[in-house]
Design a protein around this ligand. Structure first.
Ligand code: 4GX
Length: 236
C-alpha cells in the first residue's frame, strides 16, 4: 500500500516510520509512506501557507492554494487514491474503519495545523474526514500516524505472525484477556492455575470468559455493537 502524507512537519514522522512494525513493513515493501511538505507547494513569495480568518477571530486558517495544489500534484490522475483529512469533525476512527482502509491501494492523508482549513479545501477535494477521538490536538500529524500504524499492521505480510493481528482485542470486538509469562509467581502473585494446566479447551474457555467479563465491566458499549458479524457466544 502507498500512503502519501501531506504535512507542514514531515520530520515528525521519521521516528515512528523507522522503528518496529512500520520499519519492517516498509523494508518488506508492504508499505510505502511518502512524505510531502505542503509548504513546498505554496505560490506565496514568503512561503506562507496560512492567513487570518475572514470575519475576525483568533488564530490562523490554512490557505486553500498550497493544500489543493499539493493534493493535485501528489494524486496526479490516480483515481484509486483515497483522500483523508484528519479533523475532530470527522468520522471517529475504529478497528472497522482501519480494516476498510487496509483494503485500499493508496491513501492520501492531509494533516492540518492552526485553527483549521479554509472551507473551500473541503468543497473542492471532498475528502473523507476522520477523527482519532474527541479531544483537541495541535495538528493532524499524530492522528495520521495513528491511522498509518493501525492500517499497516493489517496489511498481509506486515506482521511476522499473521495470527497475531486476527487474535487481538477489537478484532473480536472484545477487550483482551489477561496475559501472563514467566515466572509462575512474582512478588507473591501467582499465574492462574488453568494457564499452567496444558488443557487447551479449558484455557480457551477461561480466556473467553475473562475477555467478556472485562468488556462488560470496562466497555459495556462494545457489547451492544452488532459489529463485524461475530457474536460473543461462548464456545462449549
Ligand atoms: N482527530 N486536530 C487537526 C487542525 C485542523 C482543524 C480543522 C483541519 C480542520 C484531530 C483529532 C485534532 C486538531 C487535528 C486540529 N485541521 N484530528 N487540527 N482529534 O484534534 O483528528
Amino acid at each position: 500500500m502507498v500512503i502519501d502524507v501531506l504535512t507542514l512537519f514531515p520530520g515528525m514522522f521519521q521516528g515512528v516510520l523507522s522503528e518496529s512494525i512500520l520499519k519492517i513493513a516498509r523494508e518488506k515493501g508492504v508499505l510505502d509512506v511518502r512524505l510531502h511538505n505542503i509548504r513546498d507547494y505554496t505560490e506565496d513569495k514568503h512561503r506562507k501557507v496560512d492567513d487570518r480568518p475572514y470575519g475576525g477571530g483568533p488564530g490562523m486558517v490554512m490557505s486553500p492554494q498550497p493544500v489543493v495544489d499539493a493534493v493535485e500534484a501528489v494524486r496526479g490522475d490516480d483515481p484509486d487514491a483515497k483522500l483523508i483529512l484528519l479533523t475532530p469533525q470527522g468520522r471517529v476512527f475504529d478497528q472497522k474503519l482501519a480494516r476498510e482502509l487496509a483494503g485500499e491501494k493508496r491513501l492520501i492523508l492531509i494533516c492540518g495545523r492552526y485553527e483549521g482549513f479554509d472551507e473551500r479545501i473541503l468543497l473542492l477535494l471532498k475528502p473523507m474526514e476522520l477523527s482519532v477521538g474527541d479531544y483537541v490536538l495541535s495538528g493532524g500529524e499524530i492522528p495520521a500516524m495513528v491511522v498509518v500504524d493501525a492500517v499497516a499492521r493489517l496489511l498481509p505480510g506486515a506482521l511476522g505472525d499473521p495470527e497475531s493481528a486476527a487474535a487481538e482485542s477489537f478484532q473480536s470486538g472484545l477487550l483482551d484477556f489477561p496475559q501472563y509469562t514467566r515466572p509462575p509467581e512474582f512478588r507473591g502473585l501467582a499465574v492462574p492455575e488453568v494457564l499452567l494446566s496444558g488443557n487447551h479447551a479449558e484455557i480457551d474457555k477461561w480466556r473467553a470468559q475473562q475477555a467478556l467479563e472485562r468488556t462488560r465491566q470496562r466497555r459495556a458499549d462494545l457489547l451492544d455493537e452488532p459489529r463485524n458479524g461475530g457474536s460473543h457466544e461462548q464456545h462449549r
